[in-house]
Design a binder for this molecule. Structure first.
Ligand SMILES: Nc1nc2c(c(=O)[nH]1)N[C@H]1C(S)=C(S)[C@@H](COP(=O)(O)O)O[C@H]1N2
Ligand SMILES: [Mo]
Length: 459
């Protein structure tokens, strides 16, 4: 299947190996869930995740939980309590039984999927978008991308150095940053590799697989412009290098205009400290830029008059075009949307009313409009956007739909505030060619069969 699914003119051997392993993982996870009961409730439409499914998904379930009544098979992040036959007739359990930090219901078992790679510490994990609600991704389900594992960093021993073309080089601790004026903003992060299996033919079956490398959090920190003003950026400065303190020592260059515009030195996520996976204790947030530039475990900023041409912006994260030249510094994430319900591997129990729902986003600003088609793009209906609609943030759209029980192809397309319209795949390929894998933002199609089965198709 390898050459057929992931042809070598587009996929390098490493990318192909990873993509194949992901396809295999998704199949095993879905198969393991198939023995779970089908019901006609909304949940029944989702490919169910049994415990075996979780294991096939490569999720580590070995972690011990602090609670008392813990059974070993409670889903990750939950505590397994005995179910009360009639909760109105006996006292509920006491508060703080969980040690004072809450857990989710033992009946919820959505988890991130690990994007299988040769080594466990250089990998991705993907957000389960199909079961997501609203626009915020729970911190424990935020997608991850690590090039050298997740470092464990003591914030007291961590600092951020600001140097190069500045009048006053700085060394700031996390505590120093927390004393400065702060900002809190909701933004998505999307890995530019999101969807890389989907260029040639529909390959993964679920929206978690096809689109799960994007998530939204509320990020809190100090505006990078505040720190740069403190340091005094010199005339002629044009780029700034950000460096992480993980084993990958990830480095990316960022234009100084962006740094002075809406960049954030983030120490918090969804109201608490960053998760270690998201860069604890400090990460760079470059709203709307490709995920790779949002350097985690940030330790150094070097101001310069030119880009640094690091590995990540020369060998990786460039897009080889049909004329043999490569686009570099394709930093903005183009407008994109996807229907998350219904989506691949679900099964609609019967004809009738459904609320089609999904996410739209743009790295260039606000989502202006989302249109939905149920006939493979022949006709489009504008879908109302759920407030709030925030710049460079996931935006939820919903559209009532009465399914008549015949074949349907569901699609969504997003227009952002710059007027850019999300392209069809063939139009994207016509411009970009078939040499590169990053930045796939084409319209996604879900086929609904008369049986109610939903599958990933190219339409
Ligand atoms: N230091 C460091 N920063 C990093 C990475 C990394 O491996 N090391 N991965 C990058 C990539 S490729 C992406 S897509 C985002 C992912 O952020 P997340 O793991 O918080 O979702 O972090 C970026 N920042
Ligand atoms: Mo990424």
């Amino acid at each position: 299947m390898s050459e057929e699914n992931f042809p070598s003119d587009r996929y390098g051997p490493a990318e192909r190996r990873m993509a194949e392993a992901l396809v295999d993982l998704e199949r095993r996870t879905l198969r393991a869930g198939e023995d779970a009961e089908a019901c006609e409730c909304r949940e029944g439409m989702f490919p169910s995740l049994s415990r075996r499914g979780l294991l096939a998904g490569g999720v580590a379930l070995g972690a011990a939980f602090a609670g008392n009544a813990v059974r070993a098979d409670a889903p990750p992040g939950s505590v397994d309590y005995p179910v009360q036959p009639d909760p109105t007739r006996e006292q509920g359990r006491m508060i703080l039984d969980d040690g004072g930090y809450g857990s989710r219901s033992q009946f919820e078992n959505e988890v991130r999927w690990r994007y299988p790679t040769d080594s466990l510490d250089s990998s991705w994990s993907m957000t389960p978008l199909a079961s997501g609600q609203g626009i915020i991704t729970p911190s424990g389900l935020h997608f991850e991308r690590h090039h050298g594992g997740i470092p464990t960093i003591d914030p007291e021993r961590h600092s951020l150095i600001v140097h190069g073309m500045v009048d006053r080089p700085l060394s700031l601790t996390v505590a120093d940053l927390k004393r400065m004026p702060s900002v809190s903003r909701l933004h998505f992060i999307e890995c530019s590799g999101n969807g890389l299996t989907e260029w040639v033919k529909p390959t993964l079956r679920t929206v978690q697989g096809t689109h799960g490398l994007t998530s939204t959090s509320e990020w809190t920190g100090v505006a990078l412009s505040t720190v740069l003003r403190e340091a005094g950026v010199q005339d002629g400065a044009a780029w700034i290098l950000a460096e992480g303190s993980d084993a990958a020592v990830m480095t990316r260059s960022c234009p100084i205009d962006k740094a002075m515009d809406d960049a954030i030195l983030a120490y918090a996520q969804n109201g608490e400290a960053l998760r270690p996976e998201q860069g604890y204790p400090l990460r760079l947030l470059l709203p709307g830029f490709e995920g790779n530039t949002h350097i985690k475990w940030l330790r150094r900023l070097d101001v310069s008059d030119k880009p640094f041409m690091t590995r990540e912006e020369t060998s990786k994260y460039t897009d080889l075009m049909p004329d043999g030249k490569a686009r570099i510094f394709t930093l903005d994430m183009d407008a994109k949307s996807v229907i998350t319900f219904p989506s691949g591997a679900m099964k609609l129990p019967k004809p009738g009313f459904y609320e089609v729902s999904g996410l739209a986003w743009s790295g260039r600003g606000k989502v202006a409009k989302v249109e939905v088609s149920v006939d493979g793009g022949k006709t489009w209906t504008e879908a109302p956007l759920q407030e709030p609609v925030i710049s460079k943030c996931h935006t939820r759209f919903r559209l009532p739909w009465v399914w008549d029980g015949t074949e349907a192809v569901l699609q969504s397309r997003c227009t952002d505030e710059t007027g850019y319209l999300q392209p069809a795949l063939k139009d994207l390929v016509a411009v970009r060619g078939t040499n590169s894998v990053y930045h796939l933002n084409a319209i996604q199609s879900w086929h609904v069969a008369p049986t109610g089965e939903v599958t990933n198709v190219h339409a």
